[in-house]
Design a protein around this ligand. Structure first.
Ligand SMILES: Nc1ncnc2c1ncn2[C@@H]1O[C@H](COP(=O)(O)OP(=O)(O)OP(=O)(O)O)[C@@H](O)[C@H]1O
Length: 361
């Protein structure tokens, strides 16, 4: 098999319910050892996509291929149990009446000794060998999740499908288990499709993020690229809080109280939204009624009054009421910065960190 053959490829998958395409022409390729996150809001069609790949849901059109071989179209269908696909879901449901060893070995074929060896190897990997003869109810949530991972990996699946697998765990456990899971999946060279509605999880886990909305993949790329070059205003807002300043274009420039912004290719007289994250607002104190001097990198400062400030742990969030139009803007500052309400400050927007979208985009 050529090394550029994807481990998993789906082409033009469509699934309709009651005439509505909940998965609408979705295509994806995942290489061995690659983690792709299908990221999107609730109801956008992520789980349905996963279910079709697992073989528990049939597509209305489109094809699914594993290592270059067709496993499913609308006529031909390899049954779920023969797809060599591992599954991990939020409610991972270990069998309560089976020991940890029997849970992990459940899907394994072969003789007793080889099964036992694989079970021991996996429990060693997830650092739970001491519980090999224990039962699920004796384990914490995080430990049970690691047993579920060992169980899913035991038959050496070529592909692992994971649907919000960490959302039942509390925050403190989650990061550790995510990292551990990721390193095991990489070691096993499994192709992973992970469904999540949490951008943080996708940023942490993914080699590639496929952003899904209304049944379609609207943007796809490395986490850095998807975050720093978002497709539209909604894509910015999906990853973080976003400020929006609306402006009119003339002469390929959008004119605002923060100075002018380049608006290439946008016709004169059109409205645009200038979208920027709170961490990219620069704030300065008022000096004798003036802010800092305008610069090419940051434009012109606009006068604002602190409405309120909150300490968030790693950063402080400050809400400003803008003088020029009464709108609210949010800025974040690392560590502790708690100016009192009514403090006059000047805000500038970093030109290299803001996005200019035509309204309606
Ligand atoms: N069997 C079904 N019959 C009718 N509608 C369905 C069926 N399964 C899913 N849907 C609808 O398809 C849409 C997509 O559902 P899906 O579960 O794929 O979304 P999701 O992105 O995984 O959302 P969530 O994160 O909330 O699980 C939803 O509007 C859902 O109500």
């Amino acid at each position: 098999m050529p090394s550029d053959t994807p481990r998993l490829e789906i082409r033009n998958l469509v699934r309709r319910f009651d005439g509505r395409a909940v998965v609408d022409d979705v295509s994806l390729k995942i290489m061995p050892g690659q983690v792709t996150c299908l990221l999107g809001p609730s109801g956008c069609g992520k789980s349905t996509t996963l279910r079709m790949i697992a073989g528990v849901e049939m597509q209305d059109s489109g094809t699914i291929h594993v290592d270059g071989a067709l496993i499913c179209d609308t006529i031909f269908r390899v049954p779920p149990e023969r797809r060599e696909i591992g599954l991990m879901f939020q409610d991972f449901a270990l069998f309560p009446h089976l020991s940890v060893a029997d849970n992990v070995g459940y899907g394994l074929r072969g003789n007793k000794a080889s099964k036992r060896a694989r079970v021991e190897e996996l429990l060693e990997r997830v650092d739970l060998k001491r519980f090999i003869d224990g039962y699920p109810h004796q384990l914490s949530g995080g430990e049970q999740q690691r047993v579920a991972l060992a169980r899913a990996l035991a038959p050496r699946p070529r592909i692992m499908l994971m649907d919000e697998p960490f959302s039942g765990l509390d925050n403190r456990l989650r990061d550790g288990i995510r990292d551990e899971t990721l390193s095991i999946l990489k070691e096993e060279d499994t192709a992973v499709l992970l469904v999540t509605h949490e951008p943080d999880e996708a940023m942490r886990m993914a080699d590639e993020i496929a952003l899904m909305r209304d049944g379609k993949i609207v943007q796809q790329g490395a986490p850095y690229n998807v975050y720093t070059r978002p497709l539209d205003r909604a894509a910015v807002a999906f990853f973080s809080d976003a400020n929006v300043v609306r402006a009119e274009v003339s002469g390929a420039l959008a004119h605002t109280a923060f100075g002018r912004f380049l608006a290439p290719g946008i016709p004169d007289g059109t409205s645009v939204d200038i979208v920027f994250r709170p961490q990219h607002v620069r704030i300065d104190f008022d000096r004798a009624g003036k802010g800092p001097l305008p610069t090419a990198a940051d434009g012109t400062p606009a006068r604002a009054v602190v409405e309120r400030a909150r300490f968030m742990g790693n950063e402080s969030l400050i809400e400003y009421r803008m003088d020029h139009d009464g709108s609210l803007l949010r800025a974040t500052v690392p560590n502790v910065f708690m100016p009192s309400a009514g403090t006059v400050m000047w805000l500038t927007i970093r030109r290299d960190k803001c996005f200019v979208f035509g309204v309606g985009k």
